[in-house]
Design a protein around this ligand. Structure first.
Ligand SMILES: CC(C)(COP(=O)(O)OP(=O)(O)OC[C@H]1O[C@@H](n2cnc3c(N)ncnc32)[C@H](O)[C@@H]1OP(=O)(O)O)[C@@H](O)C(=O)NCCC(=O)NCCS
Length: 155
């Protein structure tokens, strides 16, 4: 197993909000945003291990403000910490309206992925190490979040 820098798992994805992504009022559908979050995070997981990874869980996602048709949505993800076969990926979402010249941080999400073999068996994950203060904070907090998830699953 290798120990790789968090930055090697960085993924940046950009989407334009079109009519097929919105509800009747022209606001981005929550399910569409969750799909983009899932894809962006899965690519971070794929970069770490070079193997297919599946979503094991998604932590609570809050929709803080509506994202409108015509807005540009930017997603940034990286692996916060890898454990045995699972890893936590963090995704930050920004919405930008060029018409109004505003860019807002609209969502953050934490997802757990597990790298698997072609027959679906979990495999040992490569690990990541933080290099910046921010990455170190996320690395430490990811451990606590994992403990909380395990506690909830055991209830
Ligand atoms: C995720 C999955 C591979 C786990 O397989 P499993 O046989 O239960 O394996 P284990 O119990 O050994 O768990 C493997 C790892 O997943 C983690 N895990 C399992 N269920 C989890 C959950 N609900 N939330 C977070 N982590 C979970 C375990 O903590 C373990 O992590 P670790 O090895 O780092 O300690 C399996 O449940 C699966 O294939 N689920 C369907 C995934 C899928 O289809 N995703 C698409 C979403 S629709």
């Amino acid at each position: 197993m290798e120990n790789r820098p968090v930055r090697s798992t960085l993924v940046q994805m950009t989407e334009l909000v079109l009519p097929q992504h919105t509800n009747q009022l022209g606001s981005l559908l929550g399910g569409q945003l969750m799909h983009w979050i899932d894809i962006c995070a899965a690519i971070s997981g794929y970069k770490l291990n070079g193997k297919v990874c599946v979503t094991a869980s998604v932590d609570k996602i809050d929709f803080l403000s509506p994202i409108r048709i015509g807005d540009v949505v930017s997603l940034v993800s990286s692996v916060n910490r890898a454990f045995s076969t699972s890893m936590e990926v963090g995704v930050k979402v920004f919405a930008e309206s060029f018409k109004e010249g505003i860019k807002t941080h609209s969502n953050s999400a934490y997802l757990t992925f597990v790298s698997i073999t072609e027959s679906g068996i979990p495999v040992e994950s490569n690990k990541v190490f933080p290099e910046t203060g921010e990455e170190e904070r996320r690395f430490q907090e990811a451990f606590q979040r994992r403990e909380n998830r395990i506690r909830k699953r055991c209830k």
